[in-house]
Structure formats: C-alpha cells, structure tokens
Ligand binder design. Structure first.
Ligand code: ASP
Length: 347
C-alpha cells in the first residue's frame, strides 16, 4: 500500500514553549511570532505540504488554557474545515492532554486529522525537540490512505516519535522529550525511519456524516484524590461546593476507598443531591473494577460510577462536555459509561 503525502495543513498556534524565546527583560520564556519564526527555518521550506499558520491573537502558556479557548480552536477548525486536509494545533505541553480530550468531544464526527504537538525546548534552540515534533505532525496531518481518506481522522497528540489518541494521553514527564504516553491505549503510530501506522487502532468515522461542533462546557466539577488519613470535613466541604455537578474521584488501585462509614454517608448524600461521581484509578495504567474489593463495592453502593480506564484529563473534559449539553443527571451517568470517541475501554 502506498501512502500519498500532499495536501494543505493549517497550523493553529496557541502558544507554548515551542514558539517561545527568552525575554531579554526577565530571562523567562515568552511567546514569539511563530509564523515569522518558521519562515526563517530552511526545513519548513522543504516540506511538500502546503502550510498556513493561524496564530492566537495573544499566544499563551498552556497553563492559561480555558474552555473558552477550546471553543476558539473548535471555531477555527469548523470555519476552515473544507479548506484543509488536516490541522496541527501547536500547544504547550502542560495542558495539552486536557485540550486533546476536550477537542475529541467538541468535534463530533471528526473526519480529518487534528494533531496536537509542542515541545520541551523552544524551536529556535539548538537541541530543540520542536522541529521533529512539528515536521512529523504535519506529515501525519496530511497523510492519506489508499482510498484517499485521511490516515488518522481523529484528535491525536504527536510527541517524540509517538502518535497517541488525544483523549487517552497524559503528560508523564516535565523535562524529558518523551513527555506523553497513553498507558491504556495502543499507540496510533510510531515514527522512526518510516512512520508505522497501526490502522486497526485508529478510529474510522463515517466519512459521509458532517462535522458537528460543540461549544458548551460546564466546569462545575471537582477532582478529588483520596489519601490515607483524609478528613471528613475536607470531603464534605468539597462535596458541598455550591453549584457542583460532578466529581472525579481518584481512588486506589482498581477503584478502592477506605471503608469508613462517614465516607460512604457523604458520598451517598452527594449522590442523592444529583452529583455524578466517577471513579478513576490513581494508577497510571489499568482499569476500575469496583466489585473486586470491599472498598470499591461500598463506593458502588454509594452511587459512584466506574470511569473504566479513563485518564483524569479525559474524565474532566467529558464531564464538562456532557454537563454543558444536558442537565439530566441520568444522561450524564449513562454517557460516562459509554465510549463516545474511543476514550474508554468498555467490555
Ligand atoms: N508551560 C509550557 C506550556 O504548557 C510548557 C510547554 O509548552 O511545554 O505552555
């Protein structure tokens, strides 16, 4: 099978280290004019793909990413969807996994590649990882299969030789170039001398259906990590937060919690008030099996639902998306138990 590499790709530059330079005033990294930066680099002139750059008006460190800015990215992609074969979103690594997960829900029935990438060192530094990350992301975003369909028609993260499903990815390293992994999902591709695509792990959308963008996100949720000795007052204060609609509960192992009557009572009461509580493991890999131990069984009894093998980033983004679209708690709970775009493994 031969794979063409042609077409047009839109680079959406949101900010992040990849496009930063050292400020002479403060010595800290700050965003530069990315379009200008890459036109200075001979490597980019050699890329056979047509590239346009759409920068954010004010590029950001991704620590400042917000659901409103996700909506801005969705708006850009939707508005220019027919003009491009694929999209590369340049993004800081800190919240890239959240953005990738959010975009996967906001871009329903996506039929074109949306590849997020960035770098640990600015692209104009000698040892940068940014050039390879960007150049390969562009190649992946433009790649088509033997039927002329996009090779990877889903939201993904490309970093340090690996293409990962966006809503399965986690930042695992604040310093190393190997900054992302998707522990519960096979890589979509690995890049070495050649790019090896794992086609049977890549989503196949219905290419006849139109893209349906979603913009509403409701952020009335909390993430709460259990630890030995956690206080009842802390748990109750969190569960009684005004306006709270859901909680991502980060439990031990396969979904266990201390078998304390006060915890069970607090969770049961919250469930009675319509708060959706989703059980996610604190482990980097593996899934929730609440019936396996007594502590997990009690959580189930209190109304906590399984988050299966979701990442925390994905559970947060999915809850925001579902809550943004429905006030029906049962609907949110049902959708949390289904894979909408490959984000969880359900038997
Ligand atoms: N703080 C930066 C950001 O997330 C780090 C990076 O780009 O890797 O925007």
């Amino acid at each position: 099978m031969t794979h063409k590499r042609t077409g047009r790709v839109l680079l959406i530059y949101t900010g992040g280290t990849i496009g930063m330079g050292i400020s002479p005033a403060t010595g800290a990294l700050e965003p530069l004019d990315f379009a200008h930066l890459i036109t200075q680099m001979p490597e980019f002139a050699a890329i056979p793909t047509g590239i346009d750059v759409h920068p954010f008006d004010a590029p950001i460190d991704s620590s400042d990413m917000t659901p409103e800015r996700w909506a801005q990215i969705v708006q850009i992609i939707t508005g220019l969807y027919d003009n491009y074969d694929g999209f590369v979103v340049l993004h800081g690594t800190d919240t890239m996994a959240f953005t990738a997960a959010a975009l996967s829900f906001m871009l329903e029935n996506l039929t074109k590649p949306v590849v997020l990438t960035g770098s640990q060192l600015p692209i104009n530094q000698l040892r940068t990882d940014g050039k390879e990350n960007l150049i390969t992301s562009i190649e992946i975003a433009a790649a088509t299969d033997s039927h002329g369909h996009p090779r990877v028609p889903e939201v993904s993260i490309y970093f340090n030789g690996h293409l990962l499903r966006g809503n399965r990815s986690t930042k695992i390293n604040s310093e190393g170039f190997d900054a992302f992994e998707s522990f519960n999902c096979h890589h979509l591709a690995d890049a070495g001398v050649n790019i090896s695509y794992y086609d049977h792990h890549i989503l196949r959308p219905d290419f006849e259906r139109p893209l349906t963008p979603h913009f509403a996100m409701d952020t009335n949720l909390a993430v709460f990590t259990l630890f030995p000795g956690i206080k009842e007052a802390t748990v109750r204060a969190l569960l009684e937060t005004p306006g709270l609609r859901s909680v991502v509960l980060r439990t031990y192992g396969s979904g266990n919690a201390p078998q304390q009557p006060w915890l069970l009572d607090a969770l049961t009461e919250a469930n009675g008030r319509g708060i959706v509580m989703v059980n996610i493991t604190q482990c980097a890999a593996g899934t929730i099996e609440m019936a396996r131990y007594g502590g997990g069984f009690l959580l189930q009894h209190a109304g906590v639902i399984s988050g299966h093998d979701s990442t925390v980033e994905c559970a947060v983004a999915k809850l925001m998306h579902l809550q943004g679209h429905s006030t029906d708690t049962d609907f949110v709970r049902r959708q949390m138990s289904r894979a909408l775009c490959g984000e969880i493994t359900v038997a």
